[in-house]
Design a protein around this ligand. Structure first.
Ligand code: PLP
Length: 395
């Protein structure tokens, strides 16, 4: 088979399988293709477009900033990094913030500074404990703590020294963490791995293992954090207190921005020159993130996620009761996975042809990540379309 590029899109590296249509416009929970078809977007750019598409206040903040100054580099201050760091610190209870561009970069930063902390202590602790079904990103470090071998194997050797334990087995976690462990890393609700919320019981084992061995705890809240489940962060609901946290996706409401959040003791190990990122926290990114946090916290969007999350939860459980091939409904707030029998990819295709965008993750799971601005009527419409798609693709 020839690998020669023949059309414009052939010039893009072949790492994504994409349907044919092209989106050129969005508004709220809706995307429109170049043929003028409307799609109800329950993927939200994989959890990114938390305020929906083309949010007017985010658009205005970015446009206003672009007309003044976009980028200064981190060699200099600009007026928006410190207020953003202050807001994130207040919200998370972690005291220092490193701004970067993607979830993987935030995770990478956390992994590096877990090791940096132990290095500064003069201790050779450099291993990690991660969870089965985890997904932490595509860079070499983040990939090393990502569970599914099909992501990792083609790129070996990776960072190594990672032990994976089942999130259903607190005893395995307690046995895996020891005095060589730099950090335990987990997603409080596993996203790409099939929307699997960790239990409080597992959270208790994590706290116990970290307290007993001194291992740091890294929470990856890139997908589940920043309001997606109706709370600022999910970690406190599991009773865990991370030393490091990775956030991203929703933070820029569509603008690429992410952050690693640090406790005092880990931050104290950081020295000038230890780490950096050319674009990290540029003025446009900070304006977008500040606009997002204003909507989420100051304008009451968090309460709305709670309310709409309860509606979606109720409707999905009712759907599962009507459609036997839905075997499990998992998630919280506006982050849900439907474990189904049969071909999940066919359901995704059927839904898209009916005007609903969802995606499949972990083989047999349909994932729903609607924007935080979703309405009750849009939820009902999406569940109707989903039910029709499940029934159509069954036969
Ligand atoms: N961590 C989690 C929990 C994620 O879900 C993802 C992306 O899906 C990442 C990290 C990587 O984020 P990014 O794709 O922005 O690098």
């Amino acid at each position: 088979m020839s690998t020669a590029a023949t059309t414009a899109s052939d010039r893009l590296l072949g790492v994504y399988r994409r349907p044919e249509m092209t989106f050129n416009r969005g508004a709220g929970a809706w995307l429109y293709d170049t043929a003028g078809n409307a799609y109800l977007d329950f993927i939200s750019g994989v959890g990114v477009n938390a305020l929906g598409h083309a949010h007017p206040r985010v658009a205005a903040a970015i446009a206003e900033q672009a007309a003044v100054v976009s980028h200064t580099s981190n060699l200099f201050h600009h007026p928006f990094q410190a207020p953003l760091a202050e807001r994130l610190a207040q919200l998370s209870g972690l005291s220092r913030v490193f701004l970067c561009n993607s979830g993987a970069e935030a995770v990478e930063t956390c992994l590096k500074f877990a090791r940096r902390y132990w290095y500064s202590q003069g201790a050779s602790r450099n291993t990690f404990v991660a969870l089965e079904h985890s997904f932490h990103g595509r860079t070499m470090g983040a990939l090393s703590v990502t569970w599914d071998a099909h992501y990792r194997d083609p790129f070996a050797p990776l960072v190594g020294a990672v032990r994976f334990v089942s999130p259903l087995d607190p005893d395995a976690l307690l046995a895996a963490a020891d005095e060589t462990t730099a950090a335990v890393i987990l997603e409080p609700i596993q996203g790409e791995g099939g929307v699997r919320p960790l239990t409080k019981q597992f959270g208790a084992a994590v706290s116990e293992a970290c307290a007993r061995t001194g291992a740091l705890l890294i929470a990856d809240e890139v997908q589940c954090g920043l309001g997606r489940t109706g709370v600022p962060f999910v970690s406190p609901t599991l009773g865990i207190s991370p030393d490091l946290m990775a956030i991203g996706k929703a933070l820029g409401a569509g603008f690429p921005v992410a952050a690693a959040l640090f406790s005092d003791r880990v931050a104290d190990a950081a020295q000038p020159g230890d780490h950096g990122s050319t674009y990290g926290g540029n003025a446009l990114a900070c304006r977008a993130a500040l606009a997002f946090l204003e909507e989420l916290i100051d304008r009451g969007l968090l309460d709305r996620v709670k309310a709409m999350g309860a509606v979606l939860e109720r409707e999905l459980h009712a759907l599962a009761a009507r459609v036997p091939r839905v075997v499990e409904v998992r998630g919280a707030g506006l982050m849900w996975g439907l474990e189904i029998e049969g071909d999940a990819a066919a359901v995704v295709d059927a839904a898209r042809s009916r005007g609903l965008l969802i995606n499949r993750t972990s083989g047999t799971v349909l994932r729903l990540l609607p924007p935080f601005v979703i309405t009750e009527a849009e939820i009902s419409r999406a569940v109707e379309l989903l039910e029709a798609s499940l029934r159509e693709s069954e036969s």
